[in-house]
Write a protein that binds this ligand. Structure first.
Ligand code: PGA
Ligand code: ZN
Length: 400
């Protein structure tokens, strides 16, 4: 297929920060994609190209200039071929020259073009191209936002209501009910209720256990649900090699004990980034402690990078990996990261970013890859709900 770049423009993400939207054409077919942006990022992520003023002007001109010119004279048979070409064109290990945001916007929109050309839904094209078995992911709904996404009003970044009903439509309905019920509970607990970056509630509790007591009430009310957290512990690091939560310092050992107690006390399903990206030893120890009961998920430590995932598998640092296409910068490498994770017998959770757009690629990706779960935020923002709604439509496409 011949691919022509129609244009690239700057659009605001859910935090009103500029991001890229790219439109491609092949013959009569047209497709576009926009890319998200993280706030609690890992040091080893592929580089999002931003100018000093925070704009994405250079990334945009890379798409409409160098990338457009380079791909215009060739034919590509699949996203795999295109991605390999773009990676080579960029020539850096972290996509810092052309920008991971520039490259990913082309990679995703081209994937849509290939799916259109094949006449199949996007999730089906992804599964066929990368040899995965599609399945319905569990919904990891971030109902209470803390950490860097909510001014550290709670120390833990994400308090997740995990729902795994028999169908996605039922899971979304349960998530909706749980989200509304939690809103009522929180209103009776506090007058100071805000909303966080990811469309979840943001209360400010000094009592560490309080959010988990409330979530437990939800879980007791609804079958096939459980609690998950993302500590995003890079953000909890203090100057003396430990961690600080609600003004109290913890060594890695003490923090590990806190997680073991937490998982013993409340109905947990998963713990993400319990330690910082440099503290892999603690990851391994915690996985030995609780890995039989719950998922220990790596995010900032693995950054969707197949090599870093391989390393984590060797070190037994976790038993599940978060997959964010923009951490690595191309669809094909994100798919490779999923396959590597699954080949170790580990689970994947595909994830949006805290700065999102209305692009629902991650829903098709999670379904097509056969991921264990999808993390797409709370239900208080349209850009988050759209991902869950797309999953409900995918379910209808499957039964047609
Ligand atoms: P981010 O947070 O998108 O701000 O990096 C999401 C996460 O840590 O999972
Ligand atoms: Zn995370």
């Amino acid at each position: 297929m011949r691919i022509e770049i129609v244009g690239a423009r700057s659009i605001p993400d859910s935090r009103e920060k500029p991001t890229i939207e790219t439109t491609l054409r092949s013959g009569e077919l047209e497709a576009k994609a926009s890319v998200p942006s993280g706030k609690s990022t890992g040091a080893h992520e592929a580089k999002e190209l931003r100018d000093e003023d925070g704009s994405v002007s250079t990334a945009l001109s890379n798409v409409t200039g160098e990338i457009a010119e380079a791909i215009s004279t060739r034919e590509f048979a699949s996203t795999k071929e295109l991605d390999a070409f773009l990676i080579e064109l960029d020539g850096t290990p972290d996509k810092s020259r052309l920008g991971a945001n520039a490259i990913l916007s082309v990679s995703i929109s081209a994937t849509r073009l290939f799916a259109l050309q094949a006449g199949v839904p996007l999730w089906r094209y992804l599964a066929d191209t990368y040899g995965t078995t599609p399945s319905a992911p569990r919904l990891f709904v971030n109902v209470m936002n803390g950490g860097a996404h909510a001014g550290f009003r709670l120390p833990i970044q994400e308090h997740i209501f995990m729902v795994g009903e028999a169908t996605l439509t039922e899971s979304f309905a349960t998530a909706e009910r749980g989200f509304a019920e939690l809103g009522e509970m929180l209103k009776s607990e506090t007058d100071d209720l805000q909303m966080g970056d990811e469309g979840g509630y943001s209360p400010a509790f000094a009592d560490f256990d309080k959010p988990f007591e409330l979530l437990t009430k939800l879980v007791e009310k609804h079958q096939n649900t459980a609690i998950a957290i993302d500590s995003a512990a890079n953000e909890l690091r203090n100057d003396h090699g430990g961690y600080t939560l609600i003004g109290k310092d913890y060594t890695s050992e003490e923090l590990r004990k806190l997680y073991v107690d937490l998982v013993g006390k409340f109905p947990f399903h998963a713990v993400e980034d319990p330690f910082a990206e440099t503290d892999s030893k603690s990851f391994t120890e915690l996985t030995a402690d609780i890995g039989k009961q719950v998922l220990v998920i790596g995010d900032d430590i693995t950054v969707t990078n197949p090599k870093r995932i391989e390393n984590a598998i060797e070190e037994k640092s976790m038993n599940a990996v978060l997959i964010k296409p923009n951490q690595i910068g191309s669809v094909s490498e994100a798919a490779e990261a999923v396959k590597k994770t699954h080949s170790a017998g580990w689970a994947t959770v595909c994830s949006h970013r805290s700065g999102e757009t209305d692009d629902t690629f991650i829903a098709d990706f999670a379904y097509g890859m056969g991921a264990h779960g999808i993390k797409a935020g709370g239900l208080g923002q349209k850009v988050r709900r759209e991902k869950y709604e797309r999953l409900c439509s995918i379910e209808k496409e499957v039964t047609i």
